[in-house]
Design a protein. Structure first.
Length: 538
């Protein structure tokens, strides 16, 4: 039942809100899992919450009203862990609402979406939005499985309780079909779906299921636990209705070999625990990938923030009945970035949304394309670095007029433009720009596979480092991408002084993604901007 107030009955809003501004609390955990000290990004900040989603979904009118209320309340940063797919900015309520927020000097942090790892799935891709992908963290939640022969496997799941090492008979789902369900149950019992299993055969046993489900099928027929075989990336954990361990395919093959060669196979599943993940951070498989489906020369996502196995506060009105819960999603990454944005703004209260966004993007930690083959289309500029963002050296600033010029250059006419801006802005000769010249802190170019390309971008940087400073352009690119920066030295005499430059790209699109980088360095600050050329077939 919906509650007609900002009170959260689902848990999602409480979790994301506390990630941004939650006060420091010691000795917190989820049933002893991931124990430690929890705090939000800016625990001294105040929070304003606007409820826009109900049992029947999130309405456009509520979303726009929330943006209006937030602007009226003079908030500093907006965090919105909601998204969707639209064909035009003038039909996208989040793009429209965040444009109005930007006009009022408010940056909106948004989630990139959970439709990865396929490309062209990113959400919230308007240039004035900060679009955040989800990364793993160096703590992962695992659920161990132990077989009767003593062999153990490290699976993924969040089990608040386990079988405490007690061994139980192991049965395959395909060997326990519900005959009364007909031929369909015989075929689908391997997936352990509801109604497909025979309770007499499954009760009190650990069942091996092909694929991952919520566990309701095994639970309803009395299974004591379930081992699920994942044939996709097994890089995050979530809760089930009974003790579960999700195994990667190579481990499940070993488990099947054991069961097939043992007269009385046994297994146990343990309560979940935290272990160190040395491979982190990398972009999780579910995080939506670019490129930007609407404005190809604007790189999306912008950057990456923690979004896997995140512990944060939970609503007492939601399930499970806990004070803190562990969940994953780009919804969890978005408030991490919003917290950092608020942190940066607290030191730089006069900075524009674009300036704050630039500081976050150009100081992000470099991530590896060996872990994420989609490279910048997966992680944007890299992994967010809160401390580095306080001192970016140079910023790529932009105002409302810059976005108007871009939209007009993209073919908007005045009547359509005003659906986004909500004011008397117009498209004419003086306002007709190009997306290549939007003062964005990254560079993206879509081209045809196998074709040569040649393009020039224009940018302006503002000095926010030290008054007398000289920056040299450092470029790094593979042999099939030539990057020329003119001028390649920028000298500043004062703070807030601006300098313009051109970036010329030439090369052959013989790969689906070609990654380069431009770094402006004064020896102390390294202002890093990814340069990505990708093919339309990617």
């Amino acid at each position: 039942m919906d509650i007609p107030s900002p009170r959260d009955s689902k848990g999602h809003g409480t979790h994301t809100s506390s990630t941004v501004v939650g006060r420091l609390v010691t000795n917190v955990s989820l049933a002893g899992i991931a124990g430690g000290t929890a705090r939000g990004g800016v625990p001294s900040a105040r929070i304003a919450v606007y409820k826009v989603c109900w049992s029947d979904g999130c309405s456009d009118i509520d979303l726009l009203a929330a943006f209006d209320d937030a602007i009226h309340d003079n908030v500093d940063i907006i965090s919105i862990s909601i998204g969707g797919y639209v064909d035009n900015y003038f039909e996208d309520v989040i793009a429209i609402g965040s444009f109005h927020a930007m006009k009022n000097n408010i940056l909106t942090s948004s989630s990139a979406g959970n439709a990865g790892p396929n490309t062209f799935t990113v959400e919230n891709y308007a240039p004035w939005l900060l679009t955040v992908a989800a990364s793993t963290i160096d703590r992962k939640i695992v659920a161990r499985t132990k077989l009767g022969n003593g062999e153990e496997f490290q699976g993924r799941a969040i089990n608040m309780d386990g079988l405490d090492g007690e061994m139980h008979p192991l049965i395959f789902g395909e060997n326990a079909p519900n005959i009364s369900g007909g031929i369909e149950a015989k075929v689908y019992s391997r997936y352990c779906g509801e109604g497909t299993l025979d309770g007499e055969l499954v009760k009190g046993k650990v069942i091996l299921c092909y694929g991952v489900s919520d566990g309701s099928g095994p639970l309803r027929v009395g299974a004591i636990g379930a081992i699920m075989e994942s044939y996709h990336a097994n890089d995050y954990s979530f809760e089930f209705l009974l003790p579960v361990s999700v195994l990667e395919s190579n481990n499940s093959i070993q488990l099947r070999n054991y069961a097939n060669n043992t007269s009385n196979p046994m297994a146990s599943i343990y309560k979940s625990e935290s272990v160190f993940d040395a491979a982190a951070p990398y972009v999780v498989s579910f995080s939506s990938r670019g490129p930007n489906p609407l404005t190809p020369s604007i790189l999306k996502p912008d950057l990456t923030a923690p979004g896997v196995d995140i512990l944060a506060a939970w609503s007492p009105l939601s399930y499970p009945k806990v004070s803190y819960n562990i969940i994953s999603g780009t919804s969890m990454a978005c408030p991490h970035a919003a917290g950092v944005a608020a942190y940066v703004k607290s030191f730089n209260p006069t900075w524009s949304p674009a300036a704050i966004k630039s500081a976050l993007i150009t100081t992000a930690d470099v991530m590896s394309s060996t872990k994420n083959v989609e490279a910048e289309l997966a992680y944007g500029a890299g992994h967010i670095n809160p401390l580095a963002a306080l001192n970016p050296g140079l910023i790529y600033d932009a105002q409302e007029i810059d976005y108007i010029k871009m939209l007009c250059g993209e073919g908007y006419i005045t009547t359509i433009l005003r659906l986004v801006t909500g004011d008397q802005s117009s498209c004419g000769f003086s306002n007709n720009g190009t997306v290549l010249d939007l003062n964005y802190p990254t560079f993206a170019l879509q081209t045809q596979h196998g074709k040569s390309f040649s393009t020039t971008f224009r940018r302006i940087v503002t000095n926010v480092g030290v008054s007398n400073s000289t920056y040299h352009a450092i470029v790094n690119a593979p042999s099939n991408l030539k990057i020329n920066v003119e001028p390649n030295v920028l000298s500043f005499e004062a703070l807030l002084e601006k300098k313009s430059f051109l970036v010329k790209l030439e090369g052959d699109a013989d790969e689906s993604i070609i990654s380069g980088v431009l770094i402006w360095s004064d020896g102390t600050h390294n202002v890093r901007s990814p340069i990505v050329v990708y093919t339309s077939q990617n």
